[in-house]
Design a protein around this ligand. Sequence first.
Ligand code: AMP
Ligand code: ZN
Length: 474
Amino acid sequence: MKLYNSLTKNIEEIPKKDHLNLYTCGPTVYNYAHIGNLRAYVVADLLYRTLKYEGFSPKWVMNITDIDDKTIKGTIEKFGASASVENLREFTKFYLDEFLKDLAEVNVAAKDITFIRVTDVIPQIQDFIVGLINKGYAYKAEDGSTYFSIEKYQKDFGDYGQLVGEKFLEGKKIGARVKSDEYEKENLSDFALWKAHDEQDAQIFWDHPTLGKGRPGWHIECSVINQIAFNGEPADIHTGGVDLMFPHHTNEIAQSQALLGKGNFVKHWFHSEHLLVDGKKMAKRDGSFLTLKNFSEKIPLPGLALRYLFTQSGYRQQQNFTLESLLAAYKALEKIYNTVNAHKIIGENQELQKNIIDEYLARGGKNLETDLNIPGFVASLWEVFNYQAFNVHSQDEVVANFDKVLGLKLAQPPSILENIPLPVEVRELAELRNQARTGKDFAKSDEIRKQIEALGYEVMDTPEGQKLKKALKM
Ligand code: AMP
Ligand code: ZN
């Protein structure tokens, strides 16, 4: 199994051993996850499932950022100016639960993930920071906050910023300090490990004899959680979106190597590219900030349709989201479901064609092993359906195996009648018919009924409104 390593910029073999430590930077739980965030987690899940499929035994860990400027702000908005840590936990628990629901909808294997909330590991974070102070890599400044010294790190390790590029520090002035967690490459600075408490934080703080009243900065949590979760072993693979390379991952590397020594942190860095919406970066102000909830009325199984859509682009490529592309993804998925369901009846007494099955599995596997080529893998799935010499029972065998990686519920599609959602065209027509009836345009409503029937569905007008079901063929 080979993967691109964004630290070395090479495609490298992932060595086989008893177990594999997989770490994913998790969400900041102050709001709903947008579909770009979901791409990052679905890609990580495709990697997790691929590793299992390829015979690794991954242990998967994800942090939950429940303490930072944004979660504090949200908590104070909800609970007022004297909000406490307990209030913060309640505020963030809501968005954590929503996040878990989203993961379930896009079928990320969340039951296999060890989630660690930052507010559950504050003492370990404090110990880690004190360790850095003792080694001379951290210092308490006049403002009461504790910062990481890039100068000292660079003197000893000489690799600060390697994720961004070999010559990252060239021409840059070291020495300034930055308290906020996010900043541009141009404003390279000593960053806060422990932020001194101030009024803007209400009553949200932890006390510590050396560090004083305050709270952790963002970057330190992942260094600490890696250590806790993998019992001091380095992570074999660490994943996140490309935006995390600087400053977050750059600083994780510096903190961890400073305390644990060079090479004792992450072996392989895996970064996934961004999702754009209609060609642009997602932004709250222009309505392009989309969450799964935006689609629950428009399309059945939005989570699985989105997941299918994400399989259509390589993880190192940006992907452009449009509503049309999501509908097309849903239609493709529905086509596979219908095919597999039809096979269940036809294929009952067929023998498995072992040789052809093995050949197709090998073809799929090659795609996975070459830097997680999921689009190529899905293309081989479609080839399975189109290969005439294959009996359908054998096709299903391959599909069930491929679905161990894809996680699209292909082997057991949701049932057609009650639960299987209606095809998009039918739902769209039903919506139009509803509008016609509300406007008392019964001629139009009858005409649409005929169009729906032509697609193989029946409409019934009931006291609760119109109901649709699949017409039974006589
Ligand atoms: P955050 O909650 O902002 O820390 O982001 C959670 C994850 O989503 C991180 O791995 C980010 O890199 C990733 N991410 C943020 N925006 C996008 C986007 N537009 N497309 C893909 N991944 C994203
Ligand atoms: Zn992280």
